[in-house]
Write a protein that binds this ligand. Structure first.
Ligand code: ADP
Length: 613
């Protein structure tokens, strides 16, 4: 069922990421719909898939030949003392083995071909799908989950195609051909051999359930363990743990889950041992019954020695697929859970998409207007209600207000990172939703507080928005953003690597690079979130100058934290608890009784209007 991701009700609870085991009773959950959906991935590869089926069929039949040839050797070649016949049968047996081996190689090749291609297709599909997910998805999903889904889950799929499905088909054919051969040879002996099958099916199933339960518990312990590691050995978690001297408690939690996981794993592997012992006993009962009854028939002169020997050999070929198939059910369940998790992701509707008939937004020098806009991240908690204002083209609008008031939310609605729950936003009188997303976003430059720079050179980072910019244009943008001199002072200038594996830049430097990046893109609308972190006077001066260059002749909407920005704004919107409570220029607002004057009076000395309110 598609998940609701519109507006706010995004159904990604914290429990969602958990490995989806079935209920305690261990019922298989491979529905027809799920199976059909999995099989769809085979469609482009139906030819090699058919070939695999053909190879499996031929191999299953070929596998019957060696025991049958043994019967011929014992019953014909040996009693007749016919060396030529003996030689022929042995040679035929050898040839069968060689051909089977060759077919095995072909089948392996085809399997890998199909499974790798399916994994390849799924990975592409998943990446494309995740790209289309709304921002809300990434802020609510657990850290690392997307990577797990992309890597280990999809790789797990390869195992399913490569072994689970192939083993299932192969065992099915072996079972069918061997069963038929046994009944054709002697139906009474065949019945006798089959009578014992339930003896090992029952314990195998029981063991499957037990191992499933243990695996589930182990998995939960591992998840707990990972959580402790993630929470205490990440940068911020580590600080928290150290500052509150929680090392011993955290170690205790880790040690406890670790010990439980170990205990569960030992139980799981021991359960396997006992099980194997029981199985070996049961599987030897069948041949013994055959020797007993077959021997009796031989003594009566109704059966040849060769038939008895062949029967026992074929019985092995019958039992092993039965056992494997019974075990396979655990694999199948695991695979079903794996696919369900992957399909769960595929079923989440991409958030915000182009409406039918959406048209491109032309380079716009037009007013941005909010008309009674409301928005909620979660249905019961509105973040904005009835927000109305006009940001006239070519002017600077400053948003001020206490933290959590809804300023970022207002700015996020303009490039449609989120969709207004009610009301509408227009540019030049046209609803944002009537424009294509790509054209809308290409007209907007966003400078966030915490600029993300990916691993790569400064130049790569700058060119991300406009790959065709010339070095001269890059330099010009960096000069205008007051970052050129700083970049030139770095060991390798524009080619210096930044990000995780490169040099670390201060918040102010990163924001100036971000400004240069937006300058290169040169969009008519600029949305900016001023850094709240305290900057030294020089950095602040640079940022102000850079902003000045950036906002010239643009429609600017700035979440303002600095007095100089507020004073220079054409209009100030004071946001409080999701509404605009005051609107005007600095002097006008100061003259009014209201939150703005309080903000100003408390914060003026600190030079910041919002942070500690
Ligand atoms: P500001 O920018 O003024 O500090 P925000 O617009 O970031 O305020 O937040 C407004 C309200 O919305 C706050 O109560 C905040 O907790 C909530 N909020 C912000 N982002 C999310 C989110 N991704 N999911 C749920 N609630 C959010």
């Amino acid at each position: 069922m598609p998940r609701d991701i519109g507006g706010g009700g995004f159904g990604m609870g914290p429990g969602h990421a958990k490995f989806k085991f079935d209920d305690e009773s261990g019922k298989t959950h491979l529905s027809k719909a799920l199976l059909l959906r999995i099989l769809q991935y085979f469609t482009p590869y139906w030819k090699p898939a058919l070939l695999v089926i053909a190879v499996l069929c031929v191999s299953a039949v070929l596998g019957l030949l060696p025991p049958i040839l043994i019967q011929q050797i014992i019953d014909r070649a040996l009693p007749e003392r016919n060396l030529r016949l003996l030689f022929m049968f042995v040679l035929a047996s050898l040839a069968t083995t060689v051909v089977s081996g060759l077919l095995g190689v072909l089948q392996n090749y085809l399997n890998s071909f199909i499974s790798q291609h399916i994994v390849h297709d799924m990975k592409n599909q998943m990446y494309r799908h995740l790209q289309r997910m709304p921002l809300q998805f990434f802020s609510s999903v657990r850290q690392g989950e997307v990577i797990t889904r992309m890597t280990s889950d999809i790789s797990g799929v390869q195992g399913v195609f490569n072994s689970t499905i192939v083993n299932f088909a192969s065992n099915l054919f072996i079972l069918a051909t061997t069963g038929a051969a046994l009944f054709l040879m002697n139906w009474k002996l065949a019945l006798l051999g089959i009578i014992v099958v339930p003896l090992f099916i029952v314990p195998t199933r029981k063991m499957g359930s037990l191992r499933w339960k243990l695996a589930k518990q182990t998995q939960e312990k591992f998840a707990e363990q990972n959580q402790v590691v993630q929470e205490t050995l990440s940068l911020s978690g580590y600080l928290l743990m150290k500052l509150f001297t929680r090392e011993d408690q955290e170690y205790h939690t880790f040690q406890r889950t670790n010990a439980e996981a170990t205990r569960l794993q030992i139980r799981e592997s021991l359960a396997g041992r006992w099980f194997m012992m029981a199985l070996t006993t049961f599987t030897s009962v069948g041949p013994m019954l055959i020797y007993l009854y077959g021997g009796y028939l031989f003594i009566q002169g109704e059966l040849t020695v060769g038939t008895i020997v062949t029967f026992v050999a074929l019985l092995g070929r019958l039992y092993s697929p039965v056992m494997q198939m019974t075990n396979l059910y655990v694999d199948i369940k695991r695979s079903a859970a794996l696919f369900e998790r992957i399909f769960d992701y595929f079923d989440m509707e991409p958030g915000i998409t182009d409406q039918p008939g959406a048209r491109p937004l032309e380079a716009a020098g037009r007013n941005i207007v909010f008309e009674e806009v409301s928005f909620a991240y979660q249905p019961d908690k509105p973040a904005l209600h009835g927000v109305s204002f006009t940001a006239p083209a070519g002017t600077l609008t400053a948003l001020v207000g206490p933290s959590g008031a809804g300023k970022t939310t207002i700015t996020n609605l303009i490039p449609r990172l989120y969709e207004a729950t009610s009301g509408r936003i227009t540019i030049g009188g046209t609803d944002l939703r009537d424009f294509t997303l790509a054209s809308l976003r290409s007209q907007i430059g966003l400078v966030t507080q915490d600029t993300y720079l990916f691993n790569g050179t400064i130049r790569d980072n700058l060119l991300y928005a406009s790959p065709d910019a010339t070095p001269a244009e890059v330099e010009e943008a960096c000069r205008a953003a007051y970052i050129h001199d700083f970049i030139m002072g770095l060991p390798e200038g524009y080619e210096t690597v930044v990000g995780n594996r490169g040099i670390k830049l201060s918040g102010g430097e990163k924001q100036r690079i971000s400004i240069a990046r937006v300058l290169l893109k040169n969009p008519p609308v600029i949305i900016m979130d001023e850094a709240t972190s305290s900057l030294d006077t020089l950095s602040e001066h640079y940022i102000q100058e850079a902003m000045h260059g950036l906002l010239q002749n643009k429609t600017g909407i700035v979440i303002a934290h600095r007095l100089s920005t507020i004073i220079s704004a054409d209009q100030i919107l004071v946001v409080q608890a999701g509404s605009i409570v005051q609107q005007g220029r600095h002097e006008e607002l100061l003259a009014e009784d209201g939150i703005y004057r309080d903000l100003y009076e408390t914060q003026f000395g600190a030079g910041s209007l919002t942070k500690q309110v």
